[in-house]
Write a protein that binds this ligand. Structure first.
Ligand code: ATP
Ligand code: MG
Length: 393
């Protein structure tokens, strides 16, 4: 029934003279999202608005679903588009529309007309009053409420006439590409894909790094991470996934350092490698899925010691979230089912029975000295031998 979608965005509308950058990024994100949907879609902007015109026979539900993954959209309003064939025709169409959308016919409503084309014979107040009258005649159980109506019937008179009243919630946030570039540490777990999603939501383009430990972690474990990157990329646009072979470093740490410090030292090397790759791509931050106290390596003291090796900011958007809240988000964004597949993670292979929960930075640094003979070479090899997989489109 609908021929167009009107896209509402709130936050980006206030960005002053940079507004066009935000709108252009939004339009690009929308085109990307619609590329796979059946049909033809014309996405364009007019003053302060973005519109989508649906070609004949296009998949309306598919388009709405795809656009609900585009950051920067607050609401999607399905629009009825009609030629201007006089006021009577307009009021017939509006009454038909109400009959279909609100079949109970008992809402409180308000007509909200905007006359963008000034040669239309009626003023907006006149349209409101006359159309309101017609609706009351046709639907005896509808009532006008100008202050807080259940339904706002918006009428926009341009070259054509646009009618809309429904508002479907969008993903919010900022268009991807307007907020810089970050490197996320993406494991196969529940948390890190959610963390990436949250940062992308603020308009940030993502790269991802995954530490793989073959043969201790399987190809399937790696595939799971690729699949997670693909899911996050539905929101975040393309994600370049760097798969780093971490086996040699992990084994070396295991050989040379106390086992209860293995995880924390390993985490420091993950951060160092992630930062090294991040800087190659001019990323301004790292992103992890850490949350205070979730495991031994995420106590405040452990976070302090992990963070110590980084020079660029580390964003931890889940820092104050409970596991249950993270799970709910991961279900909402569609990563949960993949995250819970039972493949081993490189961190879980050699974990000590009693990992330190209050690591002392001085002692950790001292034990890292045990690695000095080989670690630089191993570090270099890990970075340069990484595999790069493009995900998303
Ligand atoms: P997740 O559910 O994200 O795996 P977790 O609760 O298992 O998190 P940890 O294993 O302590 O937590 O990891 C903390 C963070 O470190 C992860 O959220 C992720 O950002 C990063 N990380 C852990 N393991 C890896 C890995 N193998 N590759 C890339 N990043 C990792
Ligand atoms: Mg993990």
């Amino acid at each position: 029934m609908f021929q167009a979608l009107l896209i509402k965005y709130a936050e980006i509308a206030i960005k002053g003279k940079n507004r066009y950058l935000f709108e252009d990024a939004l339009v690009a994100g929308m085109r990307r999202a619609l590329a796979d949907v059946e049909g033809s879609f014309h996405v364009y902007k007019t003053q302060g608005r973005v519109h989508v015109e649906l070609g004949e026979g296009s998949d309306y539900d598919g388009a709405v679903e795809a656009l609900q993954k585009v950051f920067g959209i607050n609401a999607i309003c399905p629009v009825l588009v009609l030629e201007d064939e006089g006021f009577n025709r307009l009021s017939d169409v509006v009454c038909d529309y109400i009959r279909q959308i609100y079949p109970e016919g008992n809402k409180t409503f308000k007509v909200n007309a905007r006359r963008a084309r000034k040669n239309y014979p009626l003023g907006s107040m006149e349209i409101n009053a006359r159309l309101g009258g017609k609706i009351l005649e046709a639907f005896p159980d509808m009532r006008v409420d100008v202050h807080s109506p259940q339904v706002r019937i918006n009428i926009e008179i341009r070259e054509k006439i646009y009618v809309y009243s429904i508002s479907i919630p969008g993903a919010g946030g900022m268009p991807v590409g307007t907020g810089g570039h970050a490197m996320m540490l993406l494991s196969g777990g529940i948390d890190s894909p959610v963390a990436g999603y949250m940062i992308a939501k603020r308009g940030v383009v993502l790269d991802a790094v995954y530490f793989h430990a073959p043969p201790y972690t399987s190809e399937r474990a790696k595939q799971k991470v690729v699949d997670l990157a693909e899911i996050v990329a539905r929101y975040a646009g393309q994600i370049r996934l760097h798969v780093v072979n971490f086996t040699e470093i992990q084994k070396y740490i295991y050989e040379k350092c106390p086992h209860d410090e293995l995880t924390i030292i390993m985490r420091r090397y993950m951060m160092r490698i992630a930062e090294k790759i991040a800087l190659e791509y001019d990323c301004q931050a790292l992103v992890t899925g850490e949350s205070i106290g979730q495991v031994a390596s995420q106590t405040m003291q452990s976070l302090l010691v992990t963070n110590e090796v980084c020079h660029i900011p580390v964003f931890r958007p889940l820092i104050g979230f409970d596991k249950q809240e993270i799970i709910e988000l991961s279900e909402k964004i569609g990563t949960y089912e993949t995250s819970i597949l039972p493949f081993e993670d490189c961190c879980t292979i050699w974990v000590a029975r009693h990992p330190v929960t209050r690591p002392n930075p001085g002692i950790i640094r001292m034990h890292e000295e045990n690695l000095k003979e080989e670690i630089d070479r191993m570090f270099e090899t890990a970075v340069t031998s990484r595999e790069i997989i493009m995900t998303g489109k």
